[in-house]
Ligand binder design. Sequence first.
Ligand code: ADP
Ligand code: MG
Length: 439
Amino acid sequence: MNLSKYLSAIQEADLYKRYGKVQRVVGIMIESVGPAANIGEVCYIHPTINQQRQPVLAEVVGFNNEKIILMPYNEVSEIGPGCLVESTGKPLTVKVGRSLIGNVIDSLGLPLDGSELPKGLSNYLTEQSPPNPMARPTISEPNQVGVKAIDSILTVGKGQRIGLFAGSGVGKSTLLGMIARNSKADINVIALIGERGREVREFIEKDLGQEGLKKSIVVVATSDQPALMRIKGAYTATAICEYFRDLGYNVNLMMDSVTRVAMAQREVGLATGEPPTTKGYTPSVFSILPKLLERTGTNKYGAITAFYTVLVDGDDMNEPIADTVRGILDGHFVMDRKLAEQGQYPAINILKSISRVMNQIVTTEHLDLAQQARSLLAKYEENKDLIQIGAYKRGTDHEIDKAILYQPKLQTFLKQGVLDKFSLEEAIEHLKLVLNGGS
Ligand SMILES: Nc1ncnc2c1ncn2[C@@H]1O[C@H](COP(=O)(O)OP(=O)(O)O)[C@@H](O)[C@H]1O
Ligand SMILES: [Mg+2]
């Protein structure tokens, strides 16, 4: 047996543990003198007061002269001056593998219910670089989501990244649950960031259900968790997708919500002394968003189709986060409170929404049907005020007459009950029937 490899590894091994010492705690930041560590490295802080306690995990987020600035992943109370700080020498990793499917985990990759992780998982870095743009295959195939309105008129491609813009209570979680259950993707990774604890449970039990959970991994960082955990939730979920993409899987990522990730980054930014800019968001918010959102999409092995929800108050699509995210992604679906109030679910406003890759992934017949539907809806919308106050006289304009005739049929077509499931082919057939005078 050739032992030389092992012998040299032993000779080169660094057997010293290097510690630093906590000097100051300001708000959520911990300043320590040493150890030598890079930004993003994970450190253990050993409590001195109660030796029995587990060490606290923290990440290096900055430097101040000779001191390193750490931010703990969890709430801490037993840190005092002089506590020892030990560097792990590595950024955050999580355990990933096929046996993780069906589990609900936290941002550090640990089961949320406190149980043991399944066996056979390997370590995976949560921060990765986006695939090289030149090595990304173009999006060429549709990815069925099982929601008629989307599959027929806003077809999503395998590896497309979509923003779901909506206020609260208009049906985001319900829609994501439907997609997770009905989609043809091999696996769903669902990141619930900044939601309240009650909403998380409701989503998993009601919206996702047993059927959805069987082919999903859910990553949860609730609103009460420290900002860093909420940010890491987004990274962990993205990393899990990347792991499966490299195995050739067709993965769906659903991140609800990317606005809450941006808010968490703002909290960290302000705490580390960044200046606030637009709407109080710090520059780092606008630098991490593209880095995070570019990681999904296609690479040479597989594809991550991503749905990022963006919270918009009222209809303010020009709010800085909404504006930035929309610029990065390949499409946006707008969910409209007015539609929800009318019971028109899923409350997707077709005319305000677009799938930027649809043209290149569907047949000409399908595209033609979608355009017909869109122009009928647009014609009605343009003349809606006149029609509704009764100022429009039938027979004046052939196009408007047609739009009025088709409006209720299209509305019925676009509606879908939470438990209804349609394949992409069924959605197209159905739309064809509606446009050809059926119902
Ligand atoms: N497809 C649907 N069919 C019927 N009702 C729906 C549908 N989607 C959403 N709803 C209603 O809207 C409510 C809020 O939806 P939810 O998904 O929790 O919104 P959000 O996640 O945007 O806050 C649900 O409790 C349900 O009553
Ligand atoms: Mg919700």
